[in-house]
Design a protein around this ligand. Sequence first.
Ligand code: URA
Length: 229
Amino acid sequence: MAGAVAAAATESPNNGAALDAFAAEVAGCTRCVLAQTRTQVVFGSGSPAADLMFVGEAPGFHEDKQGVPFVGAAGALLGKLLAGIGLRREDVWVCNVLKCRPPGNRDPRPEEIEACESHLFRQIELIGPRVVATLGNFATKLLSGRPDGITRVHGAEQEVVLGGRRVVLYPIYHPAAALYTPRMLEVLSADFRRLPELLAREPAPVAPPPPLRPLEPMVAEPAVQLGLF
Ligand code: URA
């Protein structure tokens, strides 16, 4: 594994097989209208046992053609930022809120996000990342469950439970937004540099189940003398 950052979790032989099986299932998804216009489902790519997962918005033109997320200019920037913290695309998992391209790269619609979100939650469940970095507004709002926009919450990590797992959710700017705005690129780069620290954090212990209430000892009731006579 590259660099000083431990981002790839202990590889479980089952992760990859289960994820492949799930990808094959999702490849035929017809839950929303995007199935009619896509070239193919863009499931995600990288390590099936990654500790670090990135969630973008939706595939664009090139992603739809190649079946791989973040292959355009935004993807090149993502790769560069990863290299800056000693990681490669193969060390992390990269995917999107929507697995199919919206025509003309329009914004995802609420009903499309709703139809697609269980695919993302299942990916999180199967991969088991420690840190989920949401790229931009759509992924951040979906996974935080809050309406706060990325400008307000970028760089502020929070612990959440996703796909039945406790993870550190880390909202950052979308690389596409930072491509042509130098100030945004500076902020994105600074937020990115905190990823090694977040990955090194001890996972918070899962709260133990509340103790069972001890059974009341069976104490023989003193015989009540009914005053019948
Ligand atoms: N490419 C993707 O795969 N997702 C985005 O959000 C942007 C570009």
